[in-house]
Design a protein around this ligand. Structure first.
Ligand code: SF4
Ligand code: SF4
Length: 179
């Protein structure tokens, strides 16, 4: 009988104990921070985040892609033709010798080792402060830094092929004249 009464008492008291704890936490200030709405973490200088490429500085030397252990960088170049008036310029205003027609980084495979940044002699590839760029699709982690369109690439390749053919023809004519 005593146990029975004790259980009833316990059943009445327990909800009040729970409510006491709940009420306590309702009025206790939160220790967690609302991210990303109301919290921007200050990152250490050595933080390894998303990379960015300055396409004006980039020469297309491909040192970065060759040093990438994850094969995350894909670069394609087309040799610029001297007669082409529409060639991008470098940071000193000089026409580029190589056109970087493709510069993709796959952040889905990148291990953020920063070897690419260390091996770039032109300061073209560098880390940014962007660390939160998660996505639902893997393909969206593929970043394209070159803004050449497919039509422009085809046009530049065509110009180069014509220029090379012309140079070859001139060389053949010159050698014939010598003989
Ligand atoms: S980012 Fe630097 S290392 Fe990579 S291709 Fe451009 S200039 Fe060369
Ligand atoms: S940080 Fe490392 S893994 Fe990522 S692209 Fe650069 S070299 Fe490749």
């Amino acid at each position: 009988m005593l146990k029975y009464l004790k259980d009833i008492f316990q059943g009445i008291v327990t909800p009040f104990q729970g409510m006491k704890i709940t009420t306590h936490y309702i009025f206790t200030p939160r220790v967690t921070k609302k991210y990303p709405e109301a919290y921007t973490p200050s990152l250490p200088i050595s933080e390894r985040n998303r990379l960015d490429v300055d396409m004006v500085k980039c020469t297309g030397c491909q040192l970065c892609s060759k040093s990438c252990p994850s094969h995350s960088i894909a670069i394609e170049t087309v040799k610029a033709v001297p007669t082409d008036a529409n060639v991008p310029v470098d940071e000193n205003g000089k026409a580029k010798k190589l056109l970087v027609t493709k510069f993709d980084i796959d952040f889905g495979t990148c291990c953020f080792c920063t070897l690419c940044e260390e091996n770039c002699n032109f300061g073209a590839i560098h880390r940014t402060a962007t660390f939160d760029y998660s996505t639902y699709r893997r393909g969206e982690l593929q970043y394209h830094f070159s803004n050449f369109t497919q039509a422009q690439v085809a046009e530049k390749k065509d110009l180069l092929a014509k220029f090379n053919a012309e140079a070859k023809k001139k060389a053949a004519e010159a050698s014939e004249n010598k003989e």
